[in-house]
Design a protein. Structure first.
Length: 86
C-alpha cells in the first residue's frame, strides 16, 4: 500500500451510490463488483481495491451506458487502488 492510499476511505456520497448500485436489479455484475469494493472501504482506511475490483471499476467507468451512481462508486473504488510500481 502506498502512502497516498493509506488513509483513503469511501465518501458518504459514494457509499450511498454504491448501495443503490448493489440494490438495482438492472446493474451489471461488473458494476456491482466495483460498488461492493467501494462500499467495503467505507470506514476501513487500511483496505485497498483488489486488481479484480479495479478492473471492474475501470470497465464500469469506460461504459457509456452505465448509470452515474455506478460510475461514482467505481471511481471511489478505483481511487483506492495502490499505484503501480515503476
Amino acid at each position: 500500500m502506498t502512502k497516498s492510499n493509506a488513509k483513503k476511505v469511501t465518501s458518504k456520497k459514494a457509499a450511498s451510490a454504491a448501495s443503490k448500485t448493489l440494490k438495482d436489479g438492472r446493474t451489471s455484475k461488473t458494476s456491482k463488483s466495483a460498488a461492493g469494493s467501494a462500499l467495503s472501504q467505507r470506514k476501513a482506511p487500511k483496505k485497498i481495491t483488489s486488481k479484480k475490483a479495479a478492473s471492474a471499476a475501470s470497465k464500469t467507468l469506460k461504459n457509456k451506458s452505465t448509470a452515474k451512481k455506478s460510475k461514482t462508486a467505481a471511481g471511489s473504488a478505483l481511487s483506492q487502488k495502490p499505484k503501480k510500481k515503476k
